[in-house]
Design a protein around this ligand. Structure first.
Ligand code: FAD
Length: 467
């Protein structure tokens, strides 16, 4: 009987355990992507970017002889309807691990099985299933370094080759047009600038990996902290939609290391941070919404407030922070160093709850990832496992001096600081909602908080907690 392949964040042909097994089964295949309420609920930028990934994947499948059917309803309803329409005997998918997806998938699996339909989930989003890495006591890791030691010693399977041809069902059920889903509806970023920063689809993702391993990886260890330099892989955006498989990236990284490329081992270590975030989210799903350590529930963080609004809008008057927020608004991404500074400034200098920042990132990042975002915010805020010590308060001005000494990052994104602002800096004013009241040519704002005073207040609050 035909097999329904329900694609979500695994929009690729190669290094695809589920697809490889489906191709090998010889059954007629019906690939489907569902815009269900869980997917509708994600932020504006990731939803838009997911749509681009779906479009590219549909074209790739077509070249192998099958169609990607698009439906918009709760997942179970769609799958039930497709089973009825095609007589499919099974539904397969690649596992996801965030609480919303787990809740949905568990219910879908139970319902399908109860109806006599085979429901099977596969690995593929991670190097190792989150429960496979265990401490000697059979528990989970709360600290990265021992996790990394344990994980580094484990073998990684795959990657499977992409199928050359797929057999589709005899008659294609009706589906929606991707354009009609209007996934970019809430996005008002400029296509031209965005195009310079996005690499959509499996081919482009693979090319990104190749280019990174051919050059920047050599100096990755030193350069990965400089936001003005193209020193990192930028693969987070592709990994989050599964446009490239993590096992393929890992094996290519290993190969680069074996070829003596200096930064390759650090790169592998960063991939392990992604794994670690999933390990934590699996074992402590509350990490996405609540303080990982409950004793932080009484910490006097402010809820949303006017200073936080300045932060979102990139007008705090603190150039490194504003450059970071504007980079995210214009390009859909933000350099890792800048994420740490921006998050530290919000949770410490502005004493604002990390959830305020987490939500904004979730709305604006095209590489939004539920596990990495939550771990990143709780790590910086201090409420997470393995968190930065509370007295570690990044000084954004000092950080700028160290990691953006020539100011190129700040100048690239802040028009007010530049005599001849470039396209990204100008795009910001075009892209932001009119209600923000920002326009090119405005003077650069005064700081919303004096750095020394903000730091002292944060230290006092954090110190009181520790006492
Ligand atoms: P590279 O330096 O080339 O690293 C390679 C890959 O390793 C990345 O693509 C990513 O998959 C993984 N990786 C690297 N650093 C981390 C990390 N600290 N945590 C988890 N995985 C990592 N990453 C996301 O993918 N999505 C998010 O929503 C996200 N939110 C974050 C929020 C905060 C507050 C912080 C501090 C970090 C966040 N990160 C997030 C992690 C990190 O900033 C990005 O993964 C990284 O900047 C992506 O750029 P790159 O692909 O060039 O990374």
């Amino acid at each position: 009987t035909p097999l329904i392949l329900w694609f979500r964040r695994d929009l690729r042909l190669g290094d695809q355990p589920m697809l490889a097994a489906a191709a090998a089964s010889g059954r007629a295949l019906l690939p489907v992507v569902i815009l269900d309420p869980e997917t509708e609920a994600i932020g504006a930028a990731p939803k838009w970017r997911w749509g681009l990934a779906v479009g590219a994947f549909a074209r790739a499948l077509e070249e192998l002889g099958v169609r990607l059917v698009l439906r918009r309803e709760p997942a179970l309803e769609v799958l039930r309807a497709l089973v009825a329409e095609t007589g499919a005997g099974g539904v397969w998918w690649s596992r996801l691990y965030d609480p919303a997806s787990v809740a949905r998938d568990t219910a879908v699996k139970a319902a399908l099985k109860a109806a006599g339909v085979e429901a099977r989930s596969f690995a593929g989003h991670l190097l190792h299933e989150p429960w496979e890495v265990e401490t000697g006591q059979g528990s989970f890791y709360r600290v990265f370094t021992p996790y990394w030691k344990a994980m580094r010693g484990m073998g990684v399977a795959g990657p499977e080759a992409a199928p050359k041809r797929l057999r589709g069902v005899a008659a294609w059920p009706a589906g929606d047009q991707l354009e009609d889903w209007r996934l970019g509806g809430a996005m008002n970023r400029g296509a031209a600038v965005v195009a310079r920063y996005q690499a959509v689809g499996e081919g482009a993702a693979r090319e990104r990996l190749r280019a990174f391993l051919a050059g920047p990886v050599g100096r990755y260890g030193e350069m990965r902290d400089f936001p003005g330099v193209a020193g990192t892989s930028r693969l987070s955006e592709n990994l989050t939609y599964g446009e490239i498989g993590i096992r393929e990236v890992w094996h290519e990284g290993l190969r680069a290391r074996d070829e003596g490329k200096a930064g390759a081992e650090s790169f592998l270590r960063e991939l392990a941070w992604r794994e670690f975030s999933y390990h934590l989210m699996h074992h402590t799903p509350q990490i996405t919404r609540a303080n990982w350590r409950e004793e932080w529930d009484s910490f006097p963080w402010r809820g949303d407030n006017p200073d936080a609004e300045c932060w979102r809008r990139g007008v705090t008057g603190e150039p490194f922070v504003d450059a970071a927020l504007r980079e995210m608004y214009v390009t859909g991404t933000m350099h890792n160093r800048a994420r740490m500074i921006a998050a530290s400034y919000l949770t410490k200098h502005l004493l604002t709850h990390w959830k305020v920042g987490l939500d904004w990132f979730a709305d604006c990042l095209t590489d939004w990832d539920p596990a990495a975002n939550a771990m990143g915010w709780q790590w910086v805020a201090g409420s997470g496992p393995d968190a930065a010590p509370y007295f570690r308060i990044f000084n954004p001005a000092g950080q700028a001096g160290k990691f953006d000494a020539d100011g190129r990052y700040r100048l690239r994104f802040i028009a007010e600081l530049s005599r001849e602002p470039g396209p990204e800096a100008l795009e910001f004013f075009r892209a932001v909602p009119r209600s923000w009241g920002l326009r090119a040519g405005q003077p650069y704002p005064a700081p919303v908080v004096d750095l020394a005073r903000g730091r002292a207040a944060a230290l006092a609050a954090y110190g009181a907690r520790k006492a």
